[in-house]
Ligand binder design. Structure first.
Ligand SMILES: [Zn+2]
Length: 677
């Protein structure tokens, strides 16, 4: 294996339109943190960069749904996610963001360099344009009927009902989600990265030179390359993102897949003036930690961009994980099917390491894996408490009781003692081999074997019995148990940083150098330890049941379909809003309009006048139910003649997801004609 001078660790930039959940931690950030901590403990020159990915259509859509600006959305989730990482001990050297000025400059420069080298192709194509809103419509800004399943609310890039991926031209009856109008096709110019040009080079670089990549990563790359690569647009028509820095590119920004990975470079620039040695020197080992949905971007597209630019190094490895499911179902933000990190911390305060442990122990390294609360409980109770916690507690309590907390001398050792002492450096080596090859589950299991070894050693040697007959022998046993304990604080540090810090405080040991792991004289006789506490606590069924119940409630809510909300309408100005005259009124008379099924003719008192309104509510209300009801109306809607009756205004109704109509009435009686504002 090549020996590198320094390391650059990148972790997928989380998308700033929602909070983080356990799938993110298990797939990307726990493994990247373990690896980085390990390298730091080895005194390697390493930096770990990450940040929020803040561009793209889902963010602008969310902003529109909430009636706020995209900047407000990304500010909110950048803050929440940065805090969650800190709380879980994910120790990036920098957590930056792609809405930073330095990123705009870096991404623009990167584009210009490729542009000036003639690395892009330009192409004019026809795209949907909203004439009312005067804007091109990116995928999610178009809705229409899915040609596959007939769902009338399919998006321009995907039908969420049947899962088919679509392009806007596939939709039947497309309409703009901004204005609701029917879009027209218009010509627009875009720049493309000709990935096909890099195909032969990628084939050699990945398929021949990187056979050591994980099977799931290698396999996905091979399948992309076998299908053949197509030119990919690097720009799009949108008003949120890094503007395309050339003439005749008004209203165009860099496509988010192009600008996001450049975010790693900008973050490094922001962190250190020496950023170039991490990005442009072959003595640097670059490793991308990502989830499987990002494999094509980090193994095929970003390397092609770096290759086209010409002065950057390429990743040495991309140890992508598969997906973590939750209780047998795919984690989903829109269905709220997730364990959110901020909620976990509120429910299990101080138990960050338990989640880190549990997620690493069942990480989806080679295939999708399932998180269950039962398994979480059993990892805590049967492993952290019963093995690691038990061993440490026995060792420290006995040392306190027998020797007033002073490390005893090691006397003559038995063959059993020697076997245990020989095992410690072997475990270190095993952990190291697994970590170097990105097998974190295996590394954790090996590291826990050290606690198992200690536990078994004490159980076999029974110092609590031997103390009565051979107190001299017990000093040797406890000395060895303490050497195992101090080794645990090093070997488990990358996995359980909070608990190992605690343990180091108890044993008065501050060194966390990986090179000391495996040594068996780290605590010298006479060294004082402090009063120990409990490293881990049992998690009771009650707490687990509460979490399971919470998920069951979510499932029930999802099945009832109440989340099936109509997308938001376009924003209106306050001036426009105030033009609508909404006020209270009381129904005086009501009768069915003859020869119709839906229409009621109502005489109402608006406080201004007594007038007639025809309303399509007869399927939901009997005339006698309406009389005397106080309601809300739009009083200044232009009069319309319906079935020969002049209707002056409109009654306000809420339409439930099943189509049922409900009156919108003031919650207390007010004077007729009271303005609603
Ligand atoms: Zn469909």
């Amino acid at each position: 294996m090549k020996k590198y001078k320094r390391y650059l660790i990148t972790s997928a930039l989380p998308y700033a339109n929602g909070p983080l959940h356990i799938g993110h931690l298990a797939g990307v950030y726990v493994p990247s943190d373990i690896y980085t901590r390990y390298l730091r403990m080895k005194d390697e020159d390493v930096i770990s960069v990450c940040g929020s990915d803040e561009h793209g259509v889902p963010i602008t859509l969310k902003a529109r749904n909430e009636g706020v600006t995209p900047q407000e959305i990304v500010d909110r989730y950048h803050t929440i996610n940065k805090k969650a990482f800190e709380e879980f001990g994910i120790a990036f050297d920098i957590y930056s963001r792609t809405s930073n000025k330095i990123h705009y400059e870096t991404a623009s420069d990167f584009f210009l360099k490729l542009y000036n080298k003639g690395e892009f192709t330009e192409k004019t194509s026809e795209q949907y344009y909203d004439e009312e809103a005067a804007t091109f419509l990116a995928d999610r800004y178009i809705m229409g009927t899915c040609p596959q399943c007939g769902n009338e609310s399919a998006y321009g890039d995907q039908c969420e009902k049947c899962g088919t991926s679509l392009s806007p031209s596939d939709l039947i009856n497309p309409h703009s989600t901004i204005s609701g109008s029917k879009p027209v096709l218009r010509e627009t110019l875009h720049w493309y990265l000709p990935l096909d040009k890099y195909e032969p080079w990628l084939k050699k670089w990945i398929l021949e030179d990187h056979k050591e990549w994980k099977a799931n990563v290698y396999g996905q790359c091979k399948s992309w390359l076998d299908q053949g690569l197509q030119p990919r647009a690097v720009s799009r028509d949108l008003d949120w993102g890094v503007p395309v820095p050339v003439k005749n590119a008004k209203g165009k920004v860099l496509y988010v897949w192009f600008d996001a990975p450049i975010g790693y470079i900008s973050a490094t620039k922001e962190l250190t003036a020496e950023w170039e040695k991490y990005w442009k020197d072959n003595e640097t080992k670059m490793v991308h930690f990502i989830g499987k949905d990002n494999i094509v971007f980090h193994c095929i597209i970003f390397p092609s961009m770096l290759k086209a630019e010409g002065s950057y190094i390429l990743p040495d490895n991309v140890p992508a994980n598969e997906f973590l499911n939750l209780e047998g179902d795919k984690i989903s933000t829109s269905r709220n099917w997730a364990v959110w990190l901020h909620e976990y911390l509120a429910d299990f305060p101080g138990k960050q390491d338990v989640l880190r442990y549990s997620l690493c122990a069942s990480a989806p390294e080679t295939k999708d894996n399932d998180f269950t609360w039962k398994e979480f409980q059993s990892r805590n109770n049967n492993e952290l408490v019963a093995i690691l916690g038990n061993f440490v507690n026995r060792t420290l309590v006995l040392t306190k009781n027998y020797y007033d907390g002073k490390v005893p001398e090691r006397g003559k050792t038995t063959p059993e003692d020697e076997a245990v002492l020989r095992e410690i450096p072997k475990i270190r080596e095993n952990v190291e081999t697994s970590l170097e090859t990105y097998r974190f589950r295996e590394a954790l299991k090996e590291a826990m074997n050290l606690a198992r070894l200690g536990n078994k050693y004490l159980a076999d040697a029974e110092p609590w019995k031997v103390i009565k007959t051979d107190p001299h022998r017990v000093k040797t046993i406890m000395n060895i148990a303490l050497q195992i304990t101090v080794n645990l604080t090093i070997i488990l540090e990358p996995f359980l940083p909070f608990s190992m810090q605690k343990l180091r405080n108890w044993i008065n040991f501050s060194q966390v150098k990986w090179d000391h792991a495996g040594e068996t004289q780290l605590l010298t006789p006479g060294h004082s330890i402090n009063k120990p506490g409990l490293l881990f606590e049992k998690i009771e069924d009650e707490e687990i049941n509460r979490q399971v119940d919470k998920l069951l409630a979510t499932k029930k809510l999802n099945e009832s379909g109440v989340t099936n909300t109509v997308p938001a309408k376009a924003p209106v100005s306050f001036d426009d809003f105030t033009k609508v005259d909404i006020r209270t009124a009381t129904v005086l008379e009501a009768e069915k309009v003859p020869k119709t099924t839906k229409l009621l003719k109502l005489k109402i008192d608006t406080g201004l006048d007594i007038r007639t309104i025809v309303s399509g509510i007869a399927e939901y209300f009997e005339p006698e139910d309406m009389i005397g009801k106080q309601i809300s109306i739009v009083a200044n809607l232009e009069p319309r003649t319906i079935k020969g009756i002049e209707s002056k205004g409109m009654i306000l109704m809420a339409e439930d997801t099943d189509g049922r109509l409900v009156l919108v009435s003031p919650s207390e009686k007010v004077n007729n004609g009271s303005l609603i504002k």
